[in-house]
Design a protein around this ligand. Structure first.
Ligand SMILES: NC(=O)c1ccc[n+]([C@@H]2O[C@H](COP(=O)([O-])OP(=O)(O)OC[C@H]3O[C@@H](n4cnc5c(N)ncnc54)[C@H](O)[C@@H]3O)[C@@H](O)[C@H]2O)c1
Length: 337
C-alpha cells in the first residue's frame, strides 16, 4: 500500500479524505497538532474503516517531526490540509495565519525535496477568485486581491508552489481550489466540528435546527440573484475527498516538476435560501431564520466551471445538495447524543 502523509488529517476534510484514500488502497499517515480537531476522530475513523490509522500529534512547521515520520514510513505523497481557516480571526491575527499557513508549506516543501517525495496535493480555495466578473469560474479566471489575510495565504501558497516547481525540485503539485465544502460522512461518524460560533452557513443551520443557536440570519436578500440571497457552489465533503484520491493518481502519471490547478465544485450555484429550504425539506425541521442587512465583503455569487476536473481527472460530484443537508443533519444529531 502506498503511504500518503495527510497533514491536518484529523480535521474536517482531512478525515474524510483518509477514509477515501484507504478505500482506494492507499495508507493514510496522519499528522495533526489538534489545534482545530479532536483525537477522538481516530476512534471514529476506526469504526468506519475497521483500521486504526497511523497518527502523529505534532506541528507541520516542525521539520523534526516530519523527519521522524519519514524514518518510520516510506512516504509516496503528501496532502497538505494543515492550516488555520477562520477568515475573521485572520484579520485580527494576520501573523498567526501567515506563520502557520505559509510557514508550514515552506517547511513541508523543504522536507519533501530532501526526502525525494514527489507528489503534493495542496488545499487551495475559490476565495482566490474573489467576486468573479464572469461566471462560472474557470481555472483561467484571474485571481483577485484577497479579502482577508486567510485568503491571501492561499494566494501566496499557490505562488510559492509555482516558483518552487519552476526551480525543478523533482516534485509534482496540484492545488485544488475548493468551492464550499459541506455535508458529512454518510455514517454520521465524522463531520465538521466548528469550535465556537460557526462561520459557515451549514453548521449554523444545523446548530440552529438543533436548538444550539436561537436563530439564523441571512445576510441580504436584495442581491441580483434568483431570490436575492448570495450564491455558492456547495460540494459534499465525500466528493471533495474523492477528488484528492483522483488527484494523486493523476500526479503519478505527470512529468516530474509539474504544477496544475483544478476547481472542485459541483458546477451549480445555490442561494442561501435554497440551502435553507433544502435543509428544511430533508430534515423536516422548520428553521428560525431572519433576513438581515448585507454583510460587508461578502462575495455575491460564485460557482465553479468543473469541465477541467471532469475531463482531466475523470472526477464529477456525485452527491446532491439534499444529500449534503441530510448528512450534515445526521452528523449534528449524532453530536447531541
Ligand atoms: N472548509 C472549508 O470551507 C475550506 C474551503 C477551502 C479551503 N479549505 C482548506 O482546506 C484545508 C482543510 O480545511 P478543513 O475545513 O478540513 O479545516 P480543519 O480546521 O477542520 O482541518 C485542518 C486541520 O489542520 C490542523 N492543523 C492546523 N495547523 C496545523 C499545523 N501547523 N500542524 C499540524 N496540524 C495543523 C488542525 O488541527 C485541523 O485538524 C485547509 O487548508 C483550509 O484552508 C477549507
Amino acid at each position: 500500500m502506498k503511504k500518503i502523509l495527510i497533514t491536518g488529517g484529523a480535521g474536517y476534510i482531512g478525515s474524510h479524505t483518509a477514509v477515501e484514500l484507504l478505500k482506494a488502497g492507499m495508507e493514510p499517515i496522519i499528522l495533526d497538532d489538534l489545534s482545530n480537531s479532536d483525537a477522538k476522530v481516530l476512534d471514529r475513523l476506526e469504526e468506519i474503516t475497521g483500521k486504526r490509522l497511523t497518527f502523529y500529534t505534532g506541528d507541520c512547521n516542525d521539520k523534526t517531526i516530519l523527519e521522524s515520520i519519514a524514518k518510520d514510513h516510506k512516504l509516496e505523497g503528501v496532502i497538505h490540509f494543515a492550516a488555520f481557516k477562520a477568515v475573521g480571526e485572520s484579520t485580527a491575527q494576520p501573523l498567526k495565519y501567515y506563520r502557520n499557513n505559509v510557514g508550514s508549506l515552506l517547511v513541508l516543501l523543504d522536507f519533501m525535496q530532501e526526502q525525494g517525495i514527489k507528489d503534493l496535493v495542496f488545499s487551495s480555495s475559490c476565495t482566490v477568485y474573489g467576486q468573479p466578473e464572469v461566471l462560472p469560474v474557470t481555472e483561467a479566471t484571474p485571481r483577485q486581491d484577497a479579502e482577508s489575510p486567510y485568503g491571501n495565504t492561499k494566494k501566496i501558497c499557490e505562488d510559492v508552489l509555482v516558483d518552487f516547481v519552476k526551480s525543478k525540485p523533482g516534485i509534482r503539485v496540484v492545488a485544488l481550489r475548493y468551492f464550499n465544502p459541506v455535508g458529512a460522512h454518510p455514517s454520521a461518524k465524522i463531520g465538521e466540528l466548528p469550535l465556537g460560533v460557526p462561520a459557515n452557513l451549514v453548521p449554523f443551520i444545523t446548530q440552529t435546527a438543533a436548538g444550539i443557536r436561537e436563530k439564523l440570519t441571512v445576510f441580504g436578500d436584495d442581491y441580483d440573484t434568483a431570490d436575492g440571497s448570495c450564491v455558492r457552489d456547495y460540494i459534499h465533503v465525500v466528493d471533495l475527498a474523492d477528488a484528492h484520491v483522483k488527484t494523486l493518481s493523476f500526479l503519478q502519471d505527470q512529468e516530474i516538476d509539474s504544477y496544475d490547478v483544478f476547481n472542485v465544485g459541483t458546477g451549480n450555484g445555490n442561494t442561501v435560501l435554497e440551502v435553507i429550504h433544502a435543509f428544511e425539506k430533508v430534515s423536516g425541521v422548520k428553521l428560525n431564520y431572519v433576513i438581515g442587512p448585507r454583510r460587508m465583503g461578502d462575495v455575491i455569487k460564485t460557482w465553479a466551471d468543473t469541465t477541467k476536473i471532469n475531463k482531466v481527472l475523470g472526477w464529477k460530484a456525485q452527491y446532491s445538495l439534499e444529500d449534503s443537508m441530510r448528512d450534515s443533519w445526521n452528523w449534528q444529531k449524532g453530536l447531541k447524543k
